[in-house]
Write a protein that binds this ligand. Structure first.
Ligand code: HEC
Ligand code: HEC
Length: 331
């Protein structure tokens, strides 16, 4: 109670000054676990031939299949209507590439050991199951998997298996997001018009002129190349819908074949194409109640395009930058 009223007073006094812009150092403070994480440099995916032939092993394999071919088991086209948890025909692997084993592509090897963790979206200590369901509701545009159901257990068991040998809380190289140049994003807005040129040159050959992707034949078989906008992809609540998040992922992972150490796009191209694919003229499903995300506005992600904000910047500037006055970088 006390904390709330002090914060309330501070907001009253300082609200209009922009002092509460997204503060990277404050986020680090809140995420602090009070111990120094071990650093793991040379992570390699564990050998699948070591998965045992027992109930545990079957569960790991089912978890991997769910991550890699999500559409086949819990997608909107599966025969059993009760199993249609995902609202689109993407796979977790569409973004967490190679079933969550590709470094710098939002991989899962460090995931098991970093939960429970501080979550700014709901100002809470979140569990790994809640985090999976975050992507189910947003990236997969669907509904939550039951936390004790077979599918959730399998996904978490797969993540546990991937994390073998990694100490609790460890920082694994390649598990964090790569970042497009933050000096650039502070001073320059992402430009969807320049992004369109990048798209035509580097993306449209696979993802299509209209972002529709290339679907495989038959029901519940997913996509050869997944859609980037339209009905059958991530909704407006997803991390990939945010321009900075998308740029950070795209720069190190797209076009297909790129990785963090063999980049194809420049930072600027990734930033602009992220703005193009997520621009307002590109239809996609809307996640309801986004204004209730991030109840503590000082922890709100900088590139959310839905208010309220506690700086005096517009919705447009939050979406496309420049981010000066919106992000307070770590010193
Ligand atoms: C459209 C892209 C996309 C798809 C599809 C997707 N995710 Fe994610 N996921 C992300 C992004 C981006 C992040 C991290 C950024 C963030 O926090 O917003 C993330 C983060 C996560 C995290 C947190 C990882 C960590 O170590 O902190 C988990 C767990 C996760 N996703 C699970 C899943 C699962 C399981 C599926 C499939 C059911 C899935 N995601 C599908 C984009 C996606
Ligand atoms: C050679 C084909 C190819 C090209 C070119 C390509 N992609 Fe992709 N893209 C893929 C595939 C395949 C996936 C799914 C991930 C996987 O299978 O590894 C994907 C996934 C994605 C995703 C996440 C999933 C989704 O549907 O939202 C985004 C975003 C994306 N690509 C953006 C881009 C952008 C931007 C470019 C151009 C700079 C690009 N891609 C160029 C093949 C391609």
């Amino acid at each position: 109670m006390k904390k709330v009223s002090i914060l309330g007073m501070a907001l009253l006094l300082l609200g209009a000054s922009g002092l509460f812009a997204f503060d990277v150092a404050e986020l680090a403070k809140r995420s602090d676990k009070g111990f120094k994480p071990v650093v793991v440099k040379d992570w390699k995916a564990p050998d699948e031939s070591t998965i045992p032939n027992n109930l545990f092993g079957e569960t790991v394999r089912y978890g991997k299949a769910l991550v890699h071919e999500t559409y086949k088991y819990i997608g909107p086209e599966v025969a059993d209507a009760k199993m249609r948890y995902a609202g689109n025909n993407l796979a977790c692997s569409s973004c967490h590439q190679d079933a969550g084993t590709k470094r710098w592509s939002a991989p899962f090897m460090a995931t098991f050991g970093t939960f429970p963790q501080y979550r700014n979206r709901d100002e809470n200590i979140g569990s790994i199951e809640e985090r999976v369901n975050g992507c189910m509701n947003r990236s997969m545009n669907g509904k939550s998997l039951p936390e004790n159901g077979k599918e959730m257990r399998a996904i978490v068991t797969y993540m546990y298996w991937l994390a073998q040998g990694i100490p609790v809380g460890a920082k694994v190289e390649g598990a964090e997001f790569p970042q497009v140049n933050r000096k650039m994003v502070m001073s320059q807005a992402a430009d969807p018009i320049k992004g369109e040129k990048v798209y035509k040159e580097h993306c449209a050959s696979c993802h299509g002129e209209n972002g529709e992707g290339v679907k495989r034949e038959g029901k519940a078989n997913g996509y050869e190349f997944p859609p980037l906008w339209g009905k059958d992809t991530y909704n407006t609540g997803a991390g990939m819908y945010r321009v900075l998040r998308a740029a950070d992922w795209i720069v190190a992972n797209m076009p297909l074949g790129a990785d963090n150490h063999n980049r194809i796009l420049t930072d600027e191209q990734a930033y602009n194409v992220a703005a193009y694919i997520n621009n307002y003229d590109k239809p996609r499903d809307v996640k309801a109640n986004r204004e209730k995300d991030f109840p503590d506005l000082s922890m709100k992600v900088p590139d959310s395009d839905v208010g309220p904000y506690d700086d005096n910047k517009t919705r447009h500037q939050h979406k496309f930058g420049p981010y000066k006055g919106i992000i307070i970088p770590a010193k």
